[in-house]
Ligand binder design. Structure first.
Ligand SMILES: C=C(O[C@@H]1C=C(C(=O)O)C=C[C@H]1O)C(=O)O
Length: 393
């Protein structure tokens, strides 16, 4: 255990100490204050063992929270706060910020559509090589990024309040390892539950298959109806739900998706979702270990997983770092909640780096996928107060 007291202290503009981390949803708020200690960092493979060793020493009241990066081999960042509060949500509105922004796309919609073409070409080629090939790519999730620089430091507490205003998401703020000595956080409004555990009961609610929300009610329902009957989106979704069922099955005495696949929505997006419920054989396994086993699911990576992750590294021009990873918390009983870190931005001082991705399967239309990623910036753009024309292609 190492103490990082000076590294991640973030002061609010009013001089009060800001929370170390926060998760706010309609189910309540879990928030930590002050940095106590940090879990020795390591890859997803060893998270379960490191968390178990931590709680053997840290005692019953301890709690760990933080972020897993996208790459399984990269090091996670989990911290223990000095104090924890778990409360019921009080949604205080926060005024929209009026900063001026400079924006840079990495890549823009055309560049992103070209990457999708390239991935579809790889899928066609591998499928043509047929069963003789060991690894045939059936899905890959490609992302793009938007770098936004404000003329003033970004107010993290206001941002978190605006991100949490949508009752269908979990607003989060977690510290990331400082870069070049400067503190940074990951802030987002994730709609996707990777895994939660309470005693022996576990839940996962994967999302895949998307359409934008519309202000006009008729257009909005038409988008939802088209998503519900889209064969491409159903295939894209089934790959994720099957992967999660297969991965969790060995840990469970009972596992099912009683409602099947249904439409779910946030303020900015429609999704196909499957609520998966299970009962663990061994209730002492930690939610962090289960989250690490699942991560990254084909909702953010692809199938086969390692093959898709390698191709993402080749096709995307940047390292995803903590985007498309997982954020969450875990207590000494192993109970906790872990979310897929999407609809998020890495924030340091005046800059926010937003990310958005979309699942590509045979039949995907490159420009439609580019438009989908534009729509997925929506939650963060609205919370930061950024207007972006390009999100409507
Ligand atoms: C990758 C993202 O979202 C994921 C991809 C989805 C899709 O391709 O339809 C839907 C929900 C998420 O699992 C993102 O928002 O960045």
């Amino acid at each position: 255990m190492s103490t990082l007291a000076s590294e991640t202290h973030i002061m609010r503009q009013d001089g009060m100490e800001a929370p170390l981390f926060a998760f706010r949803s309609a189910r309540g708020v879990v928030q930590g204050q002050g940095l106590g200690a940090a879990l020795p960092r390591g890859p997803a493979e060893t998270l379960g063992a490191r968390v178990a060793a931590f709680f053997r020493l840290a005692g019953r009241d301890a709690l760990l929270a933080g972020a897993l990066p996208f790459a399984r081999e990269a090091e996670d960042y989990l911290v223990q706060p000095r104090t924890v509060s778990r409360t019921v949500q009080e949604v205080a509105a926060a005024p929209r910020p009026d900063a001026r922004w400079q924006l840079a796309h990495e890549p823009d919609a055309a560049g992103y559509a070209a990457s999708v073409q390239r991935a579809l070409g790889i899928m066609r080629q591998e499928a043509a090589q047929g069963a003789g090939r060991r690894e045939v790519l059936t899905k890959i999730v490609l992302s793009r990024s938007l770098l936004a620089r404000a003329d003033a430091p970004i107010d993290l507490q206001g941002l978190l309040r605006r991100l949490s205003a949508d009752p269908s998401v979990t607003g989060f703020l977690v510290p990331l390892p400082p870069r070049g000595g400067a503190p940074r956080v990951l802030a987002g409004a994730t709609p996707e539950l990777l895994l939660s555990k309470t005693g022996a009961r576990i839940l996962s609610h994967p999302l895949a298959g998307s359409a934008r929300r519309e202000v006009d009610a008729a257009a909005d329902s038409a988008n939802a109806a088209a998503l519900a009957r889209s064969d491409k989106d159903r295939r894209e979704h089934a790959i994720v739900a099957d992967f999660i069922l297969d991965t969790l099955a060995p840990y469970c005495r009972q596992l099912s998706a009683p409602q099947g696949t249904t439409l779910t929505s946030t303020n900015s997006m429609w999704h196909l979702g499957t609520r998966i419920e299970g009962e663990l054989k061994d209730a002492s396994i930690s939610s962090a270990e289960l989250a690490a086993a699942l991560h990254p699911t084909p909702a953010v990576c692809g199938l086969p997983r390692a093959h898709a992750a390698r191709l993402i590294g080749e096709i995307e021009a940047y390292d995803r770092d903590f985007y498309a990873g997982a954020v969450g918390w875990c207590d000494a009983a192993g109970d906790g909640a872990w979310y897929v870190s999407i609809r998020c931005a890495e924030i340091a001082g005046n800059t926010a780096r937003l990310y958005a991705g979309a699942g590509i399967v045979p039949g995907s239309d490159p420009w439609a996928e580019a438009a989908e990623t534009g729509a997925k910036y929506g939650a963060l753009l609205a919370a930061l107060g950024i207007e972006l024309e390009e999100t409507r292609l």
